[in-house]
Design a protein around this ligand. Sequence first.
Ligand code: GDG
Length: 480
Amino acid sequence: MKASRRMVLVSNRLPTTLESGPDGPALKPSSGGLVTAMRPVFQTRKGYWVGWLGEGRQEDVERLLEPRAREGCELVPVALTPSERKGFYTGFSNEIVWPLFHDLQSRCNFDPGYWNSYTGVNRKFAEAAARVASADALIWVHDYHLMMVGECLRGMGVQARMGFFLHIPFPALDIFEKLPWRSQILRALFQYDVIGLQTARDQRNFLECVRRLLPEMDLERVDDEVRARMDGRVTVIRSFPIGIDFDEFAHHAKQVEVTRRAEEIRRELGGRKIVLGVDRLDYTKGVPERLKAFQHFLATWRNLRRKISLVQVVVPSRESIPEYHDLKMETERLISQINGQYGDPGWTPVHYIHRRVERGELVALYRAADTALVTPLKDGMNLVAKEFCAAQEGESGALILSEFAGAAEQLREGSILVNPYDMRGVAEALHAAYRMPRTERMERMKKLRRTVRQANVFRWCEDFCLYLEGAEAAKLRAAS
Ligand code: GDG
């Protein structure tokens, strides 16, 4: 049956994952930035969301999804075999595209066998989307796992408007060129009507690759968008920096129980200054580098040793990949080294939380923190930086932000920008944040909050959808 509603989201994961619990299989919220961003959008727009639900039996999947379908949000699960998961997800997506697009080419495993699995699974996602998409549907495909879905859909005769949004960075030409399947992927992307990237940096890189690898493409810049023409199709390439649901975060942060919990955290940490890190376990997030910078800080400013603690939340992720396991070991080794070297019975320098914390606890941590240390080696955007600002009810927290996070383009003014590879620089930024007068911190945070409030996730979605709907919608907006 075809859908009467119009939006068909397609992403690797659905917003919920099937997991086995004490009472049998249950649906748990999925983690990660894409799901955090898309969940509020999906709740307001309704429609279909096509993605992988996790490993489970078909009858459990159907039974658990049924109540959601009645609410009008239909989740369309794509079943994958273990070997498909390995070749498509663990292999091509996370051992090739993820490290390469984050400029970490030495971590890539260019196993030629992964490509077939990637294209085969992309076809499966396309088939699932085609089953529910009506002719007037807007199909919105997300992220690096699914770059070939548009081409598959066109091959099946789907004429609907289609957009693609890349949540991770797009690399510079000399890095992208290393991808053995560079031309197939680049060409396939032009089956979409809109290609959305996070930042102007990504748009620049993408265009440089197109100019070199697809020289027949006719490119025309119109303000901040670029129109690409080939074989009678026009594709718009533009940056759409993703945001968060600011009001929801700000509202949540003001709740009595969150306020109480934030005070409790402060008390539990002995009233010391709290520096907070929140990351998925991933080598792009720069956690070991951050720990070394904190170690350098403690070694340099001896007088501040008992006055500050780092709380580092690390959410388990991609545990089937050996590199991620090694990273966990390295992180834990560094934490125990710092705590062993500097801690004493009344003070633990690094508090380590290795699990997904509840949303309320996360917001309480954001509120309790004096400084957020967000230092990815490279990041598409980084929502943690924005969430921290939204939760700063007292408006006095300091944000130390990597210049290689996409968020740095918008949050330059107000944050303390650092090079995450520069241990001394990050330690100095921590010291600057510690010493910064409250009035300056408040002024900076006010600016940050204004930016995050304005460029929120609904605005992002609206902007993207306007382009997805086509030239007519864009003209109407311009005229209004
Ligand atoms: C990709 C891109 C881009 C984290 N720990 C917990 C928890 N989280 C939530 C955060 C945040 C999300 O996970 C992480 O988002 P990021 O943006 O920081 O990072 P990625 O997962 O790598 O996301 C990224 C994003 O897509 C969106 O386009 O910004 O650059 O890599 O929302 O709050 N949530 C809960 N407990 C935790 O312990 N509840």
